[in-house]
Every structure is written in structure tokens, then in C-alpha cells.
Design a protein around this ligand. Sequence first.
Ligand SMILES: C[S@@+](CC[C@H](N)C(=O)[O-])C[C@H]1O[C@@H](n2cnc3c(N)ncnc32)[C@H](O)[C@@H]1O
Length: 287
Amino acid sequence: MKLPRAIAAAAAAAFLCQSALLCQSAVVGMSPALAQQPAPAYQPQSGQEGKDVVWIPTHQALVDRMLDMAQLRPDDYLVDLGSGDGRTVITAARRGVRALGIEYNPDLVKLSTAAAETEGVADRASFVQADIFESDFSDATVVTLFLLPTLNMKLRPTILAMKPGTRVVSNTFDMGDWKADQTIESADADCSNFCRAYKWIVPARAEGTWRLGDGELRLKQRFQMLEGTLRQGGQEMAIGEARMNGTQIAFTAGDRQFTGTVEGGRMAGTSRTPQGSQAWSAARSAP
Ligand SMILES: C[S@@+](CC[C@H](N)C(=O)[O-])C[C@H]1O[C@@H](n2cnc3c(N)ncnc32)[C@H](O)[C@@H]1O
């Protein structure tokens, strides 16, 4: 996908006016009438200082891939943490999704707000000047970020407390021992740095002891991964292939494959064996 028009225009202007010195010397030679014209638009420079991390824009091809990974739905609300020139928010808005950029640098906020206007997506794309560590973004259903490993780790508890099913997509930097649900590399030939993206889906909490029919399911949870046992008919067996995908749970016990949905203290779904399938449900009996 092409760069949003306004950002491409800004990039072209930045190329023509590569240093402040060159721009100044051009202004010095101008007629008084021209010299009174407004100062050139703000042009961010890749690598410029930011509050907790510098500004480097995500390669547009990777923005597109990251939004593909997020599997945007029309009712999603995307928040980009440290939104830079606004490209992720604007691209999401162009896909019909409501999106917010939280950015500390007020010049970048102005630039991206103007770009959203130019792109005709200002009704869906907005930007606020704020510190991401002092902002409440708990109503987002998709979070995107391109920060640093330490900053991701600082945000991790907040992200894990978000609504189960929230998708989180990060350019280049991971979340430590919370393993990604999906990793991709941008295949775009122009992308030479920062070309990898990770996706996580915030898991529902399934840890605990559950009454499942006349049996007992005991689950230990580490992020989206589960392990535990199912005791039924006097027999106890370890469960296998057990994991969460947002609110969706899946595990096997013997030749039975369980899938279902976790909602607070209840879960329910279908279990299948080679002989057929049946509905199951469980209620949490201990945390
Ligand atoms: C690497 S850039 C990524 C920009 C954009 N998300 C993208 O992918 O193109 C990181 C951005 O975070 C901003 N930033 C740094 N610390 C911040 C903070 N504490 N709160 C809000 N924004 C911050 C920087 O100004 C910069 O624009």
C-alpha cells in the first residue's frame, strides 16, 4: 500500500529540505514578500529525540502487515502508543477503523492531526499529546507499538489486564517471556531495519480448579499457555495442547479434544472424539 498522501508529501518536502541550514539559506535569499510567508511545515527527522524513545517511523509496508496481523474488524478501536507521524492510526482509519494516536511530541501530534484531515479520515483518526505511561487506553481492542523492549515490559502488566481478546502488535520488540502468538518478517525489499512484527492476544484467565461434569479440571496458566490435569471416572490424566486464544480455550485429555469459551467463572464448548462430539461446560470451584 502507498504511504498516506499527506505523509508522502511531508517526506518529499523533507527530502528537498534536508537540513535546517539549507532551508535557512534559501530563506535568506528571498524577496521581503516571500520571506514573510509562513515558516516551512515541521519536518520530523528519523532518529530525533523522543521522551522515552526516539522517533523512527515504521516502514509503511510493515504498517500494512501489522494491521493485517491485527485482523481489524469494523468495531475495533486501535490505539498506537507513541504514534509519531500518525501513519499507523491513519492507515487503520483508512481501513474504516476508529483509531487514536498517543504521542508526547506536540509537533508530531499537530503533523498527524493535519495529515488525518488531508487524508479525509479525521472523523475516525485522532491524536492526543500525552505520555503513554500516564494514559488510559484500556478501551482499545487493538494496541500497536514501536517502542523498546524495556518499555514493552513496563507496559506488559497494563496490557495483560486489558479485555481478553485484545490484539497487541509490536514492531521489532517483544514482550520478554510472553511468547508471541504470531511473528512475521516484512518481505518488502525496501525494508532494511525494523522489519519484524509480533502479535499477542490478551488471554482470558483460566487458571484454577473447575468442576467439569462429574470431573475436575485443574489448570495452571502462564500467559496464553496452560497445563494441568483432568480427573474423571476415578482416572486422572494430564491435559495436552492446552492454550488460550483470547477467550477461546483448547486442550486435549486422552482422545478427547476440548474447545470452548471462557467467561469469568464459567466455560463451555464442544468436546470431540473419533466417535463423535458433545457439549461440555465447567464452573470454577477454586481460584
Ligand atoms: C519509534 S517511534 C514510533 C512511531 C510510530 N508508532 C510508528 O510506528 O511509526 C516512537 C514514538 O514514541 C514517542 N514517544 C516516546 N516516548 C513517549 C511517551 N512516554 N509517551 C508518548 N509518546 C512517546 C516518540 O516521540 C516517537 O514518536
